[in-house]
Design a protein around this ligand. Structure first.
Ligand SMILES: [Zn+2]
Ligand SMILES: [Zn+2]
Length: 145
């Protein structure tokens, strides 16, 4: 996600760059942690405590719909946001919830036409689930110490 590019896109659609939109863009810029909406709200509130969580959620969904950020819906019902809009896969730690980017690309076109059951494909998300190195380290600590 490139802030200048997103601003241009908003302008092309006749939309204003509100301070709220700018604050969310700044909170997301360069964030590799794949934050939840609540974490983005917290970050926005550091500099802009007057912006309501509902507004932050609205801007996040707006940016996802524009294709400027990815949203990852996880099995536990949480959604994580990712300003890295390039095609990439994810590693998810099922213990601590850490998500890392993997420069490994599978595009929607990878599915052979014979298997796509007539669907017109728009996107694909790949999430490898497992246990991160840090959590693996914790798991080898003998219990009861
Ligand atoms: Zn972990
Ligand atoms: Zn990512």
């Amino acid at each position: 996600m490139d802030i200048a590019q997103v601003i241009n896109k908003y302008r092309e659609c006749g939309q204003k760059i509100t301070p709220q939109r700018l604050a969310v863009l700044k909170a997301l810029e360069g964030d590799r942690s794949h934050p939840t909406a609540a974490a983005v709200v917290e970050k926005v509130h550091r500099d802009n405590p007057y912006i309501s969580p509902a507004t932050v959620y609205r801007v996040l969904n707006e940016l996802a719909a524009m294709g400027e950020i990815q949203s990852l819906a996880l099995k536990d019902g949480t959604t994580r946001f990712d300003p890295n809009a390039e095609d990439h896969a994810h590693l998810l730690c099922e213990r601590c919830g850490r998500i890392d980017d993997v420069p490994w690309t599978v595009t929607a076109g990878a599915l052979p036409g014979s298997l796509s059951m007539g669907y017109r494909l728009n996107s694909v998300q790949v999430i490898f689930r497992g246990v991160c190195p840090r959590c693996q380290g914790e798991s080898v600590t003998p219990a009861g110490l």
